[in-house]
Design a binder for this molecule. Structure first.
Ligand code: ZN
Length: 309
């Protein structure tokens, strides 16, 4: 069973607090280990987790406000310090290329690691990964901002007892999956007869935005949605003005989008008691609700059961 989980490095917006580091998240998903929005201190937060800089395969930045990217210089230099041998892809809004260039070479260092710099040029840009498709969607914030989602395609789970009943084994199984049918002793066996659908899993990461189409496009049927809830409804007008979400808005998005596990994060330091986010969101969402805490791990929920299984 491959590992799919979210490691939370930090949960504070704008400025860290004594309890909360700047933003930062790692998604482990099969052979991908993706660092999202490394805020200041992300390199040291990693030390408190089971993830090392060497594990990272990819970095995704939503936008170039400090709480989402000031951890880039340390993290990037660490890749070279640790002589990471594999290339690490980096995605960020193309309009922020100048900020990225500065952060990448913020100080002098001996560069050995290979960064594959692949900026996001347009809404809906897709990046093909071995484990699925990484897609960027434009969000609504004062500067160019993209959220991300990772979508695993739907597949099939072969049923060994059915295969055995038809006497199908070895390379014939692969052919049946590829072609969709197989002729056995003069009878055509279809893939549907010996398998059940295996719904793909989805992860979505929505950071720093007012409500917009991109939010819903990313959240749609997410098994795990990580979404900013900077404010509470008492500050709804301020949230709308500065391009942020409230806990109630984020929870309603999750409900309307069929999200299974909801992680709220990116909290304003004006609210010392995280229970207020839980109380507000739980009135609008009755799935799994997690108010993110630094240095915790959130598992992807078990795969959806396909209808008919
Ligand atoms: Zn932010």
């Amino acid at each position: 069973m491959s590992m799919r989980e979210l490691v939370v490095l930090g949960t504070a917006s704008q400025a860290p607090t004594r309890q909360r580091n700047h933003n930062g998240y790692v998604l482990r998903w099969d052979d991908e280990v993706i660092l999202f929005d490394p805020g200041e201190g992300s390199q040291r937060q990693l030390l408190h987790t089971t993830v090392t800089a060497t594990d990272l395969t990819r970095i995704c930045v939503t936008h170039f406000h400090g709480d989402h990217c000031l951890g880039l210089p340390g993290t990037i230099q660490r890749l070279s310090l640790d002589r990471v041998a594999h290339p690490v892809a980096v995605h960020f809004p193309a309009g922020g290329a100048e900020y990225f260039a500065r952060l990448r070479y913020a100080t002098s260092f001996y560069e050995t690691a290979e960064l594959r710099v692949e900026p996001i040029e347009a809404d809906g840009q897709q990046i093909a990964l071995r484990c699925g498709t990484l897609e960027a969607r434009r969000l609504r914030h004062p500067i160019e901002t993209y959220g991300y989602r990772l979508v695993e395609p739907d597949g099939h789970r072969m049923l060994p007892e059915k295969l055995a009943a038809y006497g199908i084994a070895g390379p014939a199984v692969g052919e049946l999956i590829r072609v969709g049918h197989l002729d056995v002793d003069g009878r055509r066996v279809t893939r549907a007869e010996v398998s059940v659908p295996r719904p793909g899993q989805r992860f979505a990461f929505v950071m720093d935005t007012g409500l917009c189409d991109g939010v819903y496009a990313l959240a749609e049927h997410a098994d795990l949605l990580v979404i900013e809830s900077t404010f509470l409804e008492s500050e709804a007008a301020l949230a709308a003005e500065v391009g942020h979400l409230t806990a109630a808005q984020a929870a309603r998005v999750a409900t309307e989008s069929g999200v299974r596990r909801l992680v709220l994060t990116h909290f304003s330091q004006r609210y010392p008691d995280p229970r207020r986010f839980h109380d507000e969101a739980s009135a609008h969402f009755d799935g799994d609700l997690i108010i993110a805490e630094d240095l915790t791990t959130v598992q992807l929920p078990p795969r959806r059961v396909a209808s008919g299984e």
